[in-house]
Design a protein around this ligand. Structure first.
Ligand code: HEM
Length: 451
């Protein structure tokens, strides 16, 4: 049977859609997903890309055809410069084994111990906020989630080793972002500042983590953090990770875990500042459930509306707005369409979550979409901020718990309003944060007494 032609924009005869794509890849994908429907083909310079949109197709791609896909070697080449050979950048049998070894560290039993860290660190941050003060919310959230991930992963305080590790990882992540923009065409050996910075940050990071790992191995102690779990985890033959493997997974958890959650929280505060009625309901919930005592892991089921707000914010502003590009190892047939061997495939939560084919009035911020009754009606892969298939986010429970606890703890104490004269826009890079940041003003709330 001849395959059905895949529709899509023609673009410029020479350069394809390079201009629109480069200008704002998230909006470009959304626009074409809405215009062409289930699956879209477009060209950027000499490269053909396939954007899979329809939820059933996404499921078929990520689940049924997962072993015919690899993460795009172009992306892997950039990311592995600092992530090494971790689960985020590998596929097949190696990925499967490593993923099994990392999984216990992210198990619910284990991560609930970090709930107190999340709340304590948020309260410590709030102690430094004064009534009427102004702040960049994305900076504050980034600092906070970094402190939390450093403590939960390495039991390290940000004022010490945790801070140095965080700084090195941020530098490496920023340089990877630059590499993505120029598609990694700048060789590592050129004597450029970015290459020097990468080498320096890489050396610092490796030295710090090696030291922590060797101290742990020597003491054999389970410190209760994620790193201990990574080091103690065994595969079916009883073998443990090597130091290098543990380093790669730990750096990946740190990098994947902090900026994404910080972006989710920044967008949530922005959305709440635009919807005072929703913020008022949030405050009413935290006042009723918590009064003035700190939130705990056990409160999460009662903080239901808080959770709905987080999910709706992840719909409108998915920090992982597009999954890492995949490459087809052989022809992939989905519903009469063929994605050819070697084709690069995008699956973009942003292009589905904001698509009127899947969400009515998609740009409206409405946490009710995630009430228990409504949430059940959302088709699988119409909403997937954490991806799907073998690479589905391993930190999703950690992230949701963290966002819910931080949101509740901040909403309990303060209200945040958007300072005037700002245009808040998306910046779709490796993750999607607000383009020029978001400046907000703090108003202290009257603390409510315990219910
Ligand atoms: C709101 C916050 C978060 C979002 C939106 C998010 C989103 C995602 C997505 C979409 C993927 C799949 C990427 C792909 O298939 O190409 C992913 C993978 C991953 N995430 Fe998250 N993530 C978040 C928080 C976290 C946290 C807190 C951690 C760790 C503590 C984490 C660790 C990872 C790791 C290690 C992977 C790679 C898994 C694999 O490839 O097997 N993430 N994340």
């Amino acid at each position: 049977m001849t395959p059905k032609p895949i529709p899509g924009p023609k673009g410029n005869p020479l350069f394809g859609s390079v201009q629109e794509f480069a200008l704002n890849p998230a909006e470009f994908m959304l626009r074409n997903a809405v215009e062409y429907g289930d699956i879209v083909k477009f060209r950027v310079l000499h490269l053909d890309f396939y954007l899979v949109v329809r939820p059933e197709y996404t499921q078929e791609l990520l689940i049924t055809h997962h072993d015919r896909l690899i993460k795009s070697p172009r992306d892997v080449a950039i990311l592995s410069k600092f992530l090494g050979k971790s689960i985020l950048v590998t596929d097949g049998a190696y990925h499967k084994r490593q993923r099994k070894l990392v999984q216990p560290a992210m198990h619910t039993n284990r991560i609930q111990h970090y709930a107190n860290t999340m709340v304590d660190y948020t309260l410590r941050m709030l102690d430094n906020w004064a009534d009427g003060s102004e702040l960049q919310i994305e900076k504050a959230m980034s600092q906070l989630t970094m402190e939390i991930v450093a403590k939960s992963l390495f039991d390290a305080d940000i004022s010490g080793q945790g801070g140095q590790i965080g700084e090195a990882i941020d530098t490496l992540q920023q340089i990877a972002g630059l590499d993505f923009r120029v598609q990694n065409i700048i060789p590592d050996w050129l004597p450029l500042r970015r290459n020097r910075n990468r080498a320096e940050a890489g050396a610092t990071l490796d030295q710090l983590i090696r030291q922590i790992i060797s101290e742990r191995r020597a003491s054999g102690e389970d410190k209760g953090d994620l790193l201990s779990m990574l080091l103690l985890s065994e595969d079916e033959t009883g073998a443990r990770m090597t130091d290098q493997e543990a380093r790669d997974e730990a750096v990946t958890l740190f990098a994947a875990g902090h900026e994404t959650t910080a972006n989710a929280l920044s967008w949530t505060w922005y959305l709440l500042s635009q919807h005072p009625e929703i913020e008022a309901r949030l405050q009413a919930e935290v006042d009723t459930v918590l009064g003035d005592r700190p939130a705990t892991f056990q409160d999460l089921p009662q903080l239901r509306y808080t959770g709905m707000i987080v999910k709706e914010s992840l719909r409108l502003y998915p920090p992982a707005w597009v999954l890492n590009a995949r490459e087809a190892l052989e022809d992939i047939r989905i519903d009469g369409y063929t994605i050819p061997k070697g084709g690069s495939i995008f699956v973009a939560p942003y292009a589905v979550h904001r698509n009127p084919a899947y969400f009515a009035d998609p740009l409206r911020f409405d946490p009710e979409r995630f009430s228990p009754e409504n949430e059940k009606r959302i088709p699988r892969y119409a909403y997937f901020p954490f991806g799907g298939g073998p690479h589905i986010c391993i930190g999703n429970s950690f992230a949701l718990m963290e966002a819910q606890l931080i949101l509740a703890t901040i909403a309990q104490r303060v209200s945040l309003s958007l300072l005037p004269n700002q245009v808040v826009d998306i910046d779709p890079q490796v993750t999607m944060g607000p383009k020029n940041g978001v400046r907000m003003q703090v108003q202290m709330r009257e603390t409510v007494s315990q219910p």
